[in-house]
Design a protein around this ligand. Structure first.
Ligand code: ADP
Ligand code: MG
Length: 250
């Protein structure tokens, strides 16, 4: 049985990582486990949002493939595929695979096709695969997950956010992702939003609006896990409802 795959996308700073962490937490709480959490942002921070320590990332493994002696008969790619299982960080209800920039490296790129292959070899063990993306739209083109069940586009409420969400939708469409797999989540909403205008502007169905939540800000400032915010806090409540709606789409 293949898992349901959700890719969380959007422009920088819209709250992808925050929403991803709360979504994973909500899925687990709803009994939809185990979840494979994938941090596909080279600037790894999903682990912090989820409150777990990372010993190694795929980036570290890739670096070792260049600096350590590789077993005879194996090439670098083979070595990465052979070693990457050890990168999985195990937690209650989920495992985390982080792409991650190795300490000290400047320009960094982990081949997306390879990440895709790594996910592919693992995915059968999970009920859900939830991928937190880097900012922008390139990763969609690079296809971390081919044909996800859900592309969740996180946007801020402003006009620029709406335009960016629409562009992401268009790119995903040209890559062949079906329109009925794409959903919009507007985050950091203060005074409510006009649903009709938002859906017309993005050409996406609005699946959730997540309010601006002081508890999220406090956790962020204190360097505490996002999943530690109170159960009744507005953002957490909204993402719980989002998870329920996604269950219908999966
Ligand atoms: P991204 O992963 O898209 O770059 P993050 O999840 O890291 O975005 O969020 C960016 C910033 O916005 C963080 O400081 C985070 O605490 C804050 N933030 C995200 N969502 C909310 C919210 N609903 N309420 C308050 N602050 C939020
Ligand atoms: Mg992020």
């Amino acid at each position: 049985n293949l898992p349901c795959t959700i890719v969380v996308s959007g422009k920088g700073g819209t709250g992808k990582t925050t929403i991803t962490a709360l979504l994973i937490d909500a899925l687990i709480a709803a009994g939809e486990r185990p979840v494979l959490a994938v941090d596909a942002d080279p600037n790894t921070n999903l682990n912090e949002a989820l409150g777990i320590a990372l010993e190694e990332t795929l980036g570290n493994v890739r670096e070792k493939a260049f600096t350590e002696s590789i077993p005879p008969g194996m090439d670098r790619t083979g070595y990465i595929k052979f070693r990457f299982h050890r990168v999985l960080a195990e937690a209650e209800g989920f495992d985390l695979l982080a792409m991650g920039r190795p300490e000290g490296s400047g320009c960094y790129c982990f081949p997306n096709a390879l990440l895709s292959e790594c996910i592919g070899t693992l995915e059968r063990d999970y009920r859900f695969v939830v991928v937190d993306s880097e900012a922008g739209m390139e990763h969609i083109a690079r296809g971390t997950v081919k044909n996800p069940d859900v592309l969740l586009i996180v946007s801020d409420p402003g006009a620029r956010g709406i335009r960016t969400a629409r562009r992401i939708r268009e790119i995903a469409g040209t890559l062949g992702l079906a329109q009925d797999r794409m959903f919009l989540c507007v985050n950091r909403v203060r005074d409510g939003i006009n649903r009709e205008e938002t859906e017309l502007g993005t050409v996406l169905p609005l699946i959730a609006t997540v309010p601006e939540d002081p508890a999220v800000e406090q956790a962020d400032l204190a360097g505490e896990p996002i999943v530690g915010i109170p159960d009744s806090s507005p953002a957490r409540t909204a993402v719980r409802e989002l998870a329920e709606r996604l269950l219908d789409a999966c």
